[in-house]
Design a protein around this ligand. Structure first.
Ligand SMILES: Cc1ncc(C[n+]2csc(CCOP(=O)(O)OP(=O)(O)O)c2C)c(N)n1
Ligand code: SF4
Length: 354
């Protein structure tokens, strides 16, 4: 019996990945697979990302939602904002459930039991799911190369359970599991797990990239590249959490740019053919980490030495990307450079004036 060819769609790339039409692009489908009406916080980065992602994917899409805010806050009390098929799965089974959906469609199409096109299969996992509890299942799905896109919407904490530290919480991040105190003044002492690079290094045949809500067109193009790719794709997307980061609600997109401009969230794509990182994406400006930190209450307790430590971390990331670091950022590795934020009170005062 001849094998039935699995018909796949090819989503076109959008223009202006970096500049220009950042928030509106006439090439995008008018349909909204993620519609208004959900109980997420005002300014919620993950839900902004969800809308961008599903709009880029279009209507022939199936969504998978492991437990987390993008399940609980979106689908509270027996209603959902998903205008396409969506299914909940357990927090630890983000990858295995998604793999099952992809395998089922492949089998149904090969057996002639599904006449439609192969759908976009997208999993929206929080960092608690993708980076901690469900890491094994995500790695398994990527390694077996199921035709799906697994997104980690990275709000750098377990948000839905009331803001606990995850392996993606940055050094110095205050959460209910990493409170600052006399013994641990910087709050979280560990640096975040480098999840996206782990995924690229461990699954070199996959399309892997990082993106941020601060750059919507770039984000949507990476979603489309991941969906067009024949095999598994993984995206780590920076999505600020208004409740956990403690910032003014309209600043979500600003934070999505600042985190990249200050070197805390490197943007890249993994080239699976050349087995190399593509660091072609460059923010328009480079900033000290303090510009990003001072907008967020979760960093309000940091002292000058902690901010200097974070600057060293950011500079190390720029170096990893082969970027030449301006002298001002090298100087900012010294605590004295942050003397103005040496106390929690001063830091809070600065945060209030921005
Ligand atoms: C096995 C299991 N452990 C713990 C929980 C409790 N729980 C529900 S939501 C959640 C937070 C998930 O965090 P994350 O995946 O980062 O998503 P976010 O809430 O930040 O969107 C946790 C721990 C659960 N539902 N299942
Ligand atoms: S707690 Fe954070 S991730 Fe959850 S709905 Fe609110 S802003 Fe979004």
């Amino acid at each position: 019996m001849p094998t039935i060819e699995i018909e796949r769609q090819l989503l076109p790339m959008l223009v202006s990945p970096n500049l220009g039409a950042r928030f509106y692009n006439p090439d995008l489908p008018a349909t909204e697979p993620f519609v208004p009406g959900h109980r997420t916080c005002a300014g919620c980065g993950p839900s902004i990302q969800y809308r961008m992602t599903s709009k880029a994917a279009g209507d022939n899409t199936i969504l998978v939602g492991p437990t987390g805010c993008m399940y609980v806050a979106n689908s509270s009390y027996l209603c959902t904002p998903y205008n396409v098929p969506w299914a909940h799965t357990q927090i630890g089974s983000a990858g295995s459930f998604t793999a099952g959906v992809a395998a089922a469609y492949e089998a149904m199409i090969r057996k002639g039991k599904w006449k439609g096109k192969f759908p976009n299969i997208i999993c929206e996992a929080g960092d608690g799911s993708a980076s901690d509890i469900g890491l094994a299942s995500v790695s398994g799905a990527l390694y077996r190369n199921h035709d799906c896109l697994i997104i980690c919407y990275d709000n750098e904490q377990y948000a839905n359970t009331g803001i606990q530290a995850s392996s993606r919480t940055p050094y110095g991040g205050m959460t209910t599991f990493s409170p600052p105190g006399p013994m641990v003044p910087e709050a979280k002492t560990l640096f975040p797990k480098d999840l996206a690079r782990m995924m690229a290094a461990g699954h070199p045949h996959c399309y892997v990239a990082t993106a941020s809500v601060g750059y919507p067109i770039d984000l949507m193009n990476k979603v489309r590249k991941g969906l067009n790719y024949r095999g598994a794709a993984f995206l780590l997307i920076y999505t600020p959490c208004q409740k956990g980061f403690v910032y003014e609600t309209p600043r979500s997109i600003d934070l999505g740019r600042l985190v990249v401009e200050c070197g805390m969230f490197p943007m890249w794509e993994w080239n699976q053919d050349q087995r190399a990182y593509d660091y072609g994406f460059r923010p328009q400006v480079m900033r000290p980490v303090a510009d990003y930190l001072k907008l967020q209450g979760r960093f309000g307790h940091l002292h000058a030495a902690h901010i200097a430590t974070l600057q060293k971390f950011a500079n190390a990331q720029w170096r990893m990307m082969g970027v030449e670091i301006p002298q001002a950022l090298v100087d900012a590795e010294r605590p004295e450079a942050h003397a103005g934020m040496a106390s929690a009170e001063q830091a809070a005062a600065i945060a209030h004036t921005v």
